[in-house]
Design a protein around this ligand. Structure first.
Ligand code: ADP
Length: 383
């Protein structure tokens, strides 16, 4: 199958005219946020707010042009429009395909890192150098394990592009709006959750520009009635690009953990992740090695199928902590797929013991950091 690239997508879109006889959408600079994931393509078409509904045929034409590229499996094209800042957009939270309700753009709308969030004791970022290493699964199991241990826990899905918390926490439906501008978190397994997945249609990959992401995140952080929380666990989008950096810069994080698999640990991704948090002065509590070893479900024998132990060494080399290891086990995936975190599905299992041990260490580190330091307004350290 031919590789789908940004260039082939732009070439196809270059054939789509905004109006008959007019210029094409690429020359007009209307295309942004191209995302390619295994043949699934998403992109945004920027239109004037007033042209939102009338642009639907253009959106369809763009989607059809990209669908015709060999190797493309699915296409999601969304219309976006910038609006002047406006606080408290309320219930919709800004579906990107509804320009009239799009989250406000502009840096003024970004969450202000210097402002702590009343009622929230600590904010933990769960990050990874790349996708597919089990970051969301880890965030969910840590959150649920902390709640099972009696902590008051919130879980914020910061991945506005591909939210997975609703599925992993078996939550659906829309959050309730209160006072016209605040949202009630959705709750399951004793954890209060908020995700863009509650606010827009499922299976709609979301394409946002930076300021929009920040304002959507700001709303999910500050316009949600979290109540009193000991900890808010933030499931960051995979990777360490600009989006993650902006987030780490704007959210008053107490600290971060980085999830990696043993085969990826030595890669640059993890180092980049560490460097990113260091740049914005967010303490790194350590690395969690996921899919670390295989525990035979029949005989209980442990096999180190990858070069297990690398994370501990890499952590030491990089001067960050090592928080623990989670085995590779089909039961973790099966439970996740069924929307039941393994720590609840198999409370007596060794996997649960591993998650609970890490959860306790991380919660202790968060509480110690909060007790000992001021997490407001860290400065960017240029390297
Ligand atoms: P990420 O958030 O890093 O993209 P996910 O949490 O979505 O990754 O996990 C990717 C896949 O790996 C999912 O199918 C998940 O169920 C599975 N998975 C995660 N951790 C484990 C594990 N320890 N053992 C087996 N499967 C796992």
């Amino acid at each position: 199958m031919a590789d789908v690239t940004r260039e082939t997508i732009l070439a196809a879109l270059g054939g789509v005219k905004k109006s008959e006889g007019g210029k094409d959408v690429v020359s007009l600079g209307m295309i942004s946020g191209i995302v390619i994931r295994d043949g699934n393509v998403g992109f945004a078409i920027e239109v004037e707010p007033s042209e939102g509904a009338a642009s639907e045929p253009l959106r369809e034409a763009c989607a059809a042009a990209v669908e015709a590229i060999s190797g493309v499996l699915s296409v999601t094209a969304v219309l976006t429009a910038e609006r002047p800042a406006q606080r408290g957009a309320g219930g919709n939270g800004g579906a990107p395909d509804a320009p009239s309700a799009a989250p406000q753009a502009g840096h003024g709308a970004a969450p202000d890192k210097s402002q702590k969030i009343p009622g929230i004791g600590a904010i933990l970022a769960v990050a990874s150098g790349k996708g597919g290493v089990g970051k969301s699964t880890t965030a969910v199991n840590l959150a649920v394990a902390m709640a099972a241990d009696g902590a008051r826990v919130g879980l914020l899905d910061c991945d506005v592009y591909g939210p997975s918390i609703p599925r992993l926490m078996r939550l659906s439906g829309q959050p309730e709006t209160v006072d016209g501008s605040n949202l009630m978190p959705m709750e399951n397994y004793g954890v209060k959750c908020m995700s863009m997945g509650f606010l827009v249609e499922e299976d709609t990959p979301m394409i946002w520009r930076g300021p929009m992401v920040m304002s959507a995140l700001g709303q999910m952080l500050r316009d949600v009635r979290w109540g009193e929380l000991d900890i808010l666990v933030c499931d960051l989008p995979p990777g360490t690009g600009d989006a993650q950096l902006t987030m780490a810069q704007n959210v008053p994080l107490t600290g971060a953990v980085i999830v990696s698999t043993p085969q990826d640990i030595a890669l640059l991704d993890v180092r980049r992740g560490i460097a990113m948090f260091e740049r914005v002065d967010v303490p790194i509590f350590g690395i969690i090695e996921n899919m670390s070893y295989f525990l035979c479900p029949h005989c209980g024998e442990r096999s180190d199928i990858f070069s297990h132990g690398g994370a501990r060494e890499t952590a030491a080399e990089l001067g960050v902590g090592f928080l623990g290891e989670i085995p590779l086990d089909g039961a973790i995936r099966t439970a996740s797929d069924a929307g039941q975190p393994i720590v609840l599905a198999e409370p007596q299992s060794p996997h649960t013991a591993a998650y609970r041990g890490i959860a306790k260490r991380v919660l202790d580190l968060c509480q110690a950091a909060e007790a000992g330091g001021d997490r407001s307004a860290p400065n960017i350290v240029m390297m």
